[in-house]
Design a protein around this ligand. Sequence first.
Ligand code: NAD
Ligand code: SER
Length: 319
Amino acid sequence: MIGREGGRILVTGALGQIGTDLVQSLRDIYGSEMVIASDIREKPNHPCILTGPYINLDVLDKNKIFEIISNHNIKIIYHLAAILSAKGEENPELCELINVEGTRNIFDAAREFGLRIFAPSSIAVFGPDTPKKAPQITPLNPTTKYGMTKVDCEILGMIYHQKYGVDIRGIRYPGLISWKSPVSGGTTDYAVDIFHAALSDESKYDCFLNDETRLPMMYMDDAIRATISLMCTPIDSLSSARCGYNISGVSFTPKELVSEIKKKLPDFVCNYKPDIRQKYADSWPDSIDDEVSRNDWNWQSRFDLETIVSEMISNLKSD
Ligand code: NAD
Ligand code: SER
């Protein structure tokens, strides 16, 4: 796809959980020099900075976005810069600003320069009135500020697509589980933190959700494959779900995750100490109906809970 468009890829928010994996995968496919990582942060030893071009970019700086696109012949943007759910509730104004205004800047740039955009959404678009298995089409009434910004961005994406013909695509990612990057600011973070704690000398974790909280989750390899696959799908195959496709990986509770971890690390102990993040998790569905993605672009997940636990433990042990 990039060859046809003859330009380079820009990734915003590249030093975060998804960017750490996505930049590497894109560089493996298209070549290091073709993929420019960017973030508001500076982390000199980050793999995205060590393995290819990196630019410091605040997505609220519209002039700089336009300058980078024109100076570096950018044709596609994977727009990952955002504030996640828990941090968003602590600072709703910042969440609104970065998630919505930052995204609007990227969409304006796409309109001006004729770019294609990947702008992720989240299971946080759903609210307490969503059926436990969330359908693709259902009223979106999130109770978190973060979820509201994600609904706004899906709608904004559809407006830019319908009114200005901009090719914007997005996935409602479940909680993502990965080992290459630390996580912070999200509600599903427990499912990553727990592995680091389980492998520590103490082998003990205080989980901030209760043991029965079932949430939709996905291993990062599946999420990256879904992302690149959606961006490579011919435009005519996409439906009105284009800015927020449901995708399903695996659904589990902390108790089920602990039981799977204990098969490999029998001495691991998990205590349950729910905090404010329990409320956000309780407003989200248990699982996701992804029939539309399976029909439109042949989506199919590969990793189940057993495989995720095994991959996480072996990768973190050898890291
Ligand atoms: P993350 O918090 O790990 O990374 C976000 C990155 O954005 C950080 O590196 C941060 O420095 C950067 N950033 C923040 N403000 C910025 C600004 N003004 N300009 C430029 N960069 C800025 O998040 P992530 O998990 O990698 O998520 C990426 C995208 O995927 C987000 O849109 C998020 O809502 C979505 N998503 C993630 C998950 C998940 O479980 N990780 C689930 C659903 C949706
Ligand atoms: N994983 C994200 C969070 O917990 C959901 O988008 O905030």
